[in-house]
Design a protein around this ligand. Structure first.
Ligand SMILES: [Zn+2]
Length: 134
């Protein structure tokens, strides 16, 4: 099985997963906008046991949103989203941006599209630069 490594922004969290994901969703709900400070989460789903933590796990914090099956898990030093077991206990949720290389599957869909940020589609259509514009 192909492996994929992941890490947080400061590098203290390191983990490895089998590159074997069953679902990949962009969630645009208002809570996911808050957890990212951006337009949506990009979450992969895999088997609960599909993770080997190399470091940092003991400093991960978890916040479960009351009344919803929605969780924010992040490393306490740098605030980066990191993998966590879903509230139902049935899946490991892996933020796609926490991976150091590409996952085995492409995004399947955009969920909670009705709650998307008003500026999201304008952003997709706006001018692209390969780096900071001169
Ligand atoms: Zn959401």
């Amino acid at each position: 099985m192909d492996k994929v490594k992941g890490s947080c922004l400061c590098g203290a969290v390191k983990f490895t997963c089998d590159n074997d994901f069953q679902q990949f969703h962009f969630c645009h709900c208002t809570q996911c906008q808050k957890t990212t400070g951006s337009a949506h989460v990009s979450n992969l789903f895999t088997r609960v046991e599909n993770i080997e933590w190399e470091s940092g796990q003991e400093q991960v914090k978890r916040y479960d949103v009351p009344g919803r099956s929605l969780t924010s898990a992040f490393f306490t030093t740098c605030g980066s989203p990191v993998p966590y077991v879903s509230g139902s206990g049935k899946a490991l949720v892996v933020p796609a941006g926490s991976l150091d290389s590409a996952p085995s599957m492409a995004p399947q869909d955009n969920i909670f599209w009705a709650e998307r940020a008003k500026w999201y589609e304008d952003g997709l259509l706006s001018t692209k630069f390969s780096g900071i514009p001169e």
